[in-house]
Design a protein around this ligand. Structure first.
Ligand code: PEP
Length: 263
């Protein structure tokens, strides 16, 4: 169902009036985690001012350590809905457990399946049943084939509103969190009709690499990028070192569009 041959042209996915697909370049931005109403609205204002059209923000956080901040959960969903009402930006948020899909789908415009859950087949089927568009991150050790087969699990439930997101893979290089694999963007676009975006924030894990990697993603032909922002990264409860500040964001959307026009 997600194979390139299944459709005449590459697909565009609509999320609350925002298009993600081959005819446009989409900037998604927001905080890694929803920490409070104030932090989320400030991050959303920063994202919007930078040209983002879709707000990301985690209410349920999958953390490697059970002692890490695991999100505000239902309170976080309510905050995201308030921020959507104030900014007009549709909301993308992660769901980590199939038991929460109905609740999260009741609040969000798009559901994210994170790298750790790419092969959680019960969750894939549940988001497939949700009726909401899905952003499917590539598993950190998954091949492109496995990633596309994971998307097929969602599509088999009658939901083809799927956006693939390359977010870096595990390699032997320790100076970045993950190694951004831009060849996977090209391969996924060649082998499937689904839009493919890139998350340079989770790939790099380091603020100073995010903008250059976003530029590289645009040059490779990605359909959008997703970037972490935070009003005060030093106080962030999750992934502060990769979050961009207002000044880091300045002029970014214009540059991305210029680069996309050149790509
Ligand atoms: C995220 O986008 O918040 C996230 C946890 O990403 P990943 O699943 O790529 O680690």
């Amino acid at each position: 169902l997600v194979d390139r041959a299944a459709r005449e042209t590459r697909s565009t996915v609509e999320v609350g009036g925002v298009a993600i697909g081959p005819d446009t370049f989409t900037l998604v931005a927001g905080p890694c985690a929803v920490e409070s109403a104030e932090q989320t609205i400030e991050a959303a204002r920063m994202a919007k001012a930078a040209g983002a059209v879709l707000l990301r923000g985690g209410a349920y956080k999958p953390r490697s350590s059970p002692y890490g901040f695991r999100g505000l959960r239902a309170d976080g969903l309510r905050i995201l809905a308030e921020v959507r009402a104030e900014t007009g930006m549709p909301v993308l948020t992660e769901v980590v457990d199939s038991r929460d899909v109905e609740l999260v789908a009741g609040w969000a415009d798009m559901l994210q399946v994170g790298t750790r859950n790419m092969q959680n087949f019960g969750l894939l089927e549940a988001v497939g049943d949700s009726g909401k568009p899905v952003l499917l991150k590539r598993g950190m050790s998954a091949t492109v084939e496995e990633w596309l087969l994971a998307a097929e699990y969602i599509a088999l439930r009658g939901n083809s509103d799927i956006v693939l997101c390359e977010r870096g893979i595990r390699t032997f290089e320790p100076s970045v969190r993950n190694t951004l694999d831009l060849s996977a963007v090209l391969l996924a676009q060649a082998r499937s009709h689904l839009p493919v975006v890139v998350d340079p924030s989770h790939a790099a894990g380091r603020r100073e690499l995010v903008r250059p990697l976003a530029r590289a993603a645009v040059a490779a032909g990605a359909d959008g990028v997703m970037i972490d922002v935070h009003p005060d990264p030093a106080s962030a409860l999750c992934d502060g070192p990769q979050a961009l500040t207002s000044s880091d964001l300045s002029g970014l959307a214009g540059q991305l569009e210029d680069w996309a026009a050149l790509a």
